[in-house]
Design a binder for this molecule. Sequence first.
Ligand SMILES: C[S@@+](CC[C@H](N)C(=O)[O-])C[C@H]1O[C@@H](n2cnc3c(N)ncnc32)[C@H](O)[C@@H]1O
Ligand SMILES: Nc1nc2[nH]cc(C(=O)O)c2c(=O)[nH]1
Ligand code: SF4
Ligand SMILES: [Mg+2]
Length: 266
Amino acid sequence: MPVSDSVDLESAADSGTAAETGSEGRPAGLPINELFYSLQGEGTLAGVPSVFVRTSGCNLRCWFCDSYHTSWEPTHAWLDLEEILAEIDAHDADHVVLTGGEPLLHEESVALLEALDDRGYHTTVETNGTIYRDAPIDLASVSPKLASSTPTPERDPDGEGEWAERHERDRIDMDALARLVAEYDVQLKFVVTDAEDMPEILDLLADLRAAADVPVPDDDVLLMPEGATRERLAETRDRVAELAMEHGFRYTPRLHVDLWNDAPET
Ligand SMILES: C[S@@+](CC[C@H](N)C(=O)[O-])C[C@H]1O[C@@H](n2cnc3c(N)ncnc32)[C@H](O)[C@@H]1O
Ligand SMILES: Nc1nc2[nH]cc(C(=O)O)c2c(=O)[nH]1
Ligand code: SF4
Ligand SMILES: [Mg+2]
């Protein structure tokens, strides 16, 4: 569904704060940037037909964010849960991917996941790993953000580095990460550009293994090449594949970028 053609479009929301669902006369619901049917493009379920629900608003600002209109310039329609569920049910899919923006910012994401679980869907949540919520999540697809994601003045797509300090402060929450790996089936999906990212990944894994009550096998660690376009992926993917082999981690493609480049609703 092209949400941009839909009802009640509100732009430039104050992202970075939890959604005010159910307050101020608004029906309980979620700020939805887009809702579409595609193939899961990333991770261990790559290739699986899935409905994607993309919430708007993020507590971080990665300079490379491929979903600019949920983070740097958030736009969305407010849809109540029944509307979202009806759109999902209209597609013939068993898998639903809740993504964003940062979907776990929103308390109402839990109610959506509960309703999806009741209906028998497999749920994947794409999250930056800074927020823990208790919800029926079949696969927590956690993408902790490395220092190379920080929007320094040279890399800020929208200004002069005003977000760098807050992003740097908030990008890793070890307690939230440890709870996510303890409570859910998790894949850790790191966005990698080159070998300079690796020491930080190894340090983060060591810290997480020390903090978590459960094992974090290398098999659950995926390296994903940075690139929102085919052109950019062509520059990063070979190096990232070699790094995955060198370290014994998995490599994940970005199938949707290979197939549809940076088209919306793919
Ligand atoms: C837009 S984010 C939304 C979910 C959540 N905020 C997060 O970052 O995990 C969805 C996925 O896209 C990845 N991503 C965003 N921009 C990317 C880029 N330019 N290259 C590779 N992966 C990117 C994120 O790391 C995450 O795994
Ligand atoms: N096809 C496709 N697969 C995806 N896997 C994770 C995505 C995301 O943006 O979270 C995504 C996306 O945007 N499109
Ligand atoms: S955490 Fe996810 S949605 Fe937020 S800015 Fe980074 S990639 Fe974009
Ligand atoms: Mg995406």
